[in-house]
Design a protein around this ligand. Structure first.
Ligand SMILES: [Zn+2]
Length: 423
């Protein structure tokens, strides 16, 4: 993502990221939203494979806080796919987790077992799904999960190392349009002026980039790049400027497919939204700050940064946030490479020089390493992860030459696509 304003005043809980005993394979979320209040009602179906024998499953889900925001569990159960149907299970809540007792028949789940946990829940999210008004005074719902804020509105293993495919089935008042990861498989009007919209993403994603965006939108199909459809989703009041600004994504996508490899997802939507970041690289549905629409294509480099993340961060993902430069350093440098190709060496060199000065200033103030397992996640959004990571790649390119560098990038991506890496 790209920072927009100072977010360090917000507090973020670092979840214990111990090795989970399950590997989530697929999430299905049924989410109901309304215009009367900010309560979200959800049912989650979480299919997983057991990595280690266990008698309970631990999932991340925000407890109720002092303001009565957070999620209440209404029902927890399991389906074992062996004809026994849904079995209601006991559970307990502690430290933003739901601990579900899976040893109902006195035998633990064994390594290799596959099961689906069902959790019905509701509450007003204190974070993660931002329910507010846009600059035109219209109500909007935008997920904003990075780094581990997804569990504020969906039960999950909120850790980038556990990727899973995901589908969102959203029921909302019918005047809204819904955007999400993957492909829209259904949009159907329901009684009572409601609409159900279903999106499905088959490529496993980390929770940090799983989203829904629900608002009044104007949508433009910009065209196709290598049969990938490219869309712009903007607030209707910004239609003219927004469609013009975001249409540039087509050129950026074409450049990166050519340089790095095939685009990992089935569509690319660039979405005007409300995020605490300037832009957030949600897979196949990138969210940008409201102010990204200007009518002058002034955020071309931001679009390039977020689109580069689709390969680096979303598809090839750091194993833990300590290795964030594998997302941010790569996205930063690949935005520079795109700008170099389009506007020439002079602008590129100037930008790299400015980045180098920023790094020198940062190093004088901070002695933190680039791979930093200690700092809170939000503090990792620093010059080390972005500019220094970018410069490491630039130095490698200078050392090896353009052709070997490009080949190495393509090999690196091919090796880690769909997986998690550390370097
Ligand atoms: Zn970024």
């Amino acid at each position: 993502m790209r920072l927009f304003f100072v977010v360090s005043s917000l507090s973020f809980v670092c979840l214990s990221q111990g090795q989970s005993k399950i590997d989530v394979l697929h999430y299905t979320y049924r989410i109901e939203l309304n215009d009367k209040n900010d309560t979200v009602a959800g049912t989650a179906f979480i299919r997983f494979i057991v990595k280690e024998e266990l008698s309970s499953v631990s999932l991340d889900l925000a407890d109720l806080n002092r303001d009565h925001k957070g999620m209440i569990v209404i029902f927890a159960g399991i389906n074992m796919f062996d004809g026994r149907g849904n079995i209601s299970l006991g559970y307990s809540r502690k430290n933003d987790k739901v601990l579900i007792n899976t040893a109902w028949n006195k035998s633990p789940l064994k390594r290799g077992d596959t099961a689906t946990i069902v959790i019905e829940y509701k509450g007003i999210p204190s974070d993660g799904l931002i329910i507010s008004k846009n600059k035109y005074g219209h109500r909007t719902f935008f997920a904003d999960n990075w780094p581990n804020r997804a569990h504020n509105w969906i039960p999950c293993v909120d850790d980038p190392a556990d990727k899973a495919s995901v589908e969102f089935i959203v029921t909302a008042p019918s005047h809204y349009q819904v955007v999400s990861n993957g492909i829209q498989v259904e949009e159907i009007e329901l009684p009572g002026n409601k609409k159900r919209t279903h999106y499905k993403e088959d490529v496993p994603l980390p929770t940090k980039v799983m989203v829904i965006g629900v608002a009044d939108f104007a949508v433009d199909k910009v065209g196709y790049v290598n049969s990938v459809p490219v869309y712009s989703w903007v607030f209707p009041e910004n239609k003219k400027e927004g469609f013009y600004d975001y249409a540039i994504a087509k050129d950026i996508l074409a450049f990166f497919i050519n340089y790095i490899g095939p685009y990992p997802y089935k569509k690319l939507a660039n979405v005007q939204s409300k995020t605490i970041f300037g832009g957030m690289e949600n897979a196949g549905a990138i969210f940008y700050a409201e102010s990204s629409v200007t009518g002058y294509r002034s955020e071309e480099a931001l679009l390039a940064h977020e689109i580069a993340h689709q390969w680096f961060g979303d598809m090839a993902t750091e194993k833990s946030f300590a290795h964030l430069w594998l997302s941010e350093g790569f996205a930063t440098y690949f935005a520079h490479i795109y700008i170099e190709e389009k506007y020439g060496k002079e602008r590129f060199t100037k930008e790299m020089q400015a980045e180098r000065d920023k790094i020198i200033g940062f190093v004088k103030r901070s002695r933190k390493p680039v791979v930093d397992p200690v700092s809170p996640y939000m503090d990792l959004l620093n010059t080390n992860s972005y500019e220094k990571g970018s410069w490491v790649l630039h130095m490698l390119r200078r050392q090896f030459g353009d052709s070997v560098f490009k080949k190495s990038i393509r090999t690196y991506y091919e090796t880690y696509a769909g997986k998690n890496e550390t370097l």
